[in-house]
Design a protein around this ligand. Structure first.
Ligand code: SF4
Length: 335
């Protein structure tokens, strides 16, 4: 780990002003915000991240979880993952988020990790973590060791010839299914971005993972109010039962009308996409249908239609379909 300067931000504008001096907003930025540090410190120890300055934002008033006037929920960027997972409103109205958070990491990490940090969690691609390997995301235009290399855990949706890294977060899959809005304060003021537009696919610039610009600080998220009677489920499939990243996961938000037909549906997947992956194809396939295994299977087929497996992860195509079918079944049984 290289030497760095640690400063403490007293206000949100101070934090924004300090980080705006950075070279870039994300990977390789020389000025970084730090909150829980559960991801960033790991990468600093590996010399993957070498910031000259860290801005400690733990003292900012961004840790509240509160209901909004329109019946939704506001989650501060500094709210700890454990606090969000066990919040009574999250558990009762946004169960998919609570389940996703509890499926991730360990209790100790969840006590430290924050909502905003999780939002920006880095890939677990082994080559990204190894400074001796070629990696376009860590070092642009250096190549991608994972294509043709060890890629069992990596993405099959949204990939490019430059990067096939999967987004590792569980939280973010649930947030996509909940259609969260990301609230950002930056050098030009405040703005909001739909979570569907927050993440970028790698294309030819895999080092750029989100729309954040230098100085941008995520202050909070808002979750919209869901229709009465909506059920939600997060299902995660992995190599071992805890403290492991998803091979495939599914976040389902579903409501049925009085006749039993699905009249509200959101489908998102984890472990398979270069970003938390929403599937409008699966949603279209289910809307207006009755919840049957064959309809779920047809929706799952459409969700994975564009999958491009790599040399070691073709199994994820069928695994993700089965994960979706099981999660859809669970959501419909809860209704
Ligand atoms: Fe780097 Fe992406 Fe290739 Fe992994 S998949 S080595 S993160 S460029």
């Amino acid at each position: 780990m290289e030497l760095f300067e640690l400063v403490t931000a007293q206000t949100v504008p101070d934090a924004v002003k300090a980080q705006a001096k950075s070279s870039t907003a994300q990977n390789g930025a020389d000025v970084r915000f730090i909150a829980g540090g559960t991801n960033l410190i790991d990468y600093m120890k590996l010399n993957v991240e070498r910031p000259r300055q860290l801005i400690d934002i733990n003292g900012l008033p961004l840790d509240k979880i509160e209901k909004t006037a329109d019946g939704g929920l506001k989650v501060g960027a500094l709210a700890r993952n454990a606090d969000v997972a066990h919040d009574p409103t999250v558990k009762s109205q946004y169960a998919v988020l609570s389940q996703a958070l509890l499926a991730g990491a360990s209790p100790q990490l969840r006590n430290m990790a924050t909502t905003g940090g999780n939002l920006l969690q880095k890939t677990r691609c082994v080559y990204y973590r190894d400074t001796a390997a070629s990696c376009n995301k860590r070092e642009p235009d250096s190549g991608c060791s994972a294509i043709g290399g060890y890629n069992r855990m990596l993405a099959i949706l949204g990939t490019s010839d430059h990067c096939i890294a999967s987004n590792p977060s569980d939280q973010n899959v649930a947030l996509v299914a909940l259609d969260a809005t990301v609230h950002i304060e930056g050098p030009k003021g405040q703005r909001t971005v739909s979570i569907a537009e927050f993440y970028l696919v790698p294309g030819s610039t895999p080092q750029r993972e989100t729309v954040l610009e230098p100085g941008d600080l995520v202050t909070h998220l808002t979750l919209p109010k869901l229709p009465a009677g909506t059920q939600s489920v997060y299902l995660k499939l992995r190599d071992r039962a805890s403290y492991e990243f998803a091979l495939a996961s599914a976040a389902i938000v579903m409501k049925q009308d009085a006749g039993g037909k699905i009249d509200f549906i959101r489908v998102a997947m984890g472990g398979v996409g270069t970003k938390p992956w929403r599937s409008p194809e699966a949603e279209r396939a289910l809307l207006g249908k009755v919840p049957t295994p064959s309809n779920f299977r047809a929706a799952a087929e459409s969700a994975l239609h564009g999958a491009k497996p790599q040399s070691q992860n073709a199994f994820k195509v069928e695994l993700a379909k089965r994960c979706l079918v099981h999660a859809m079944g669970q959501a419909s049984q809860n209704a």
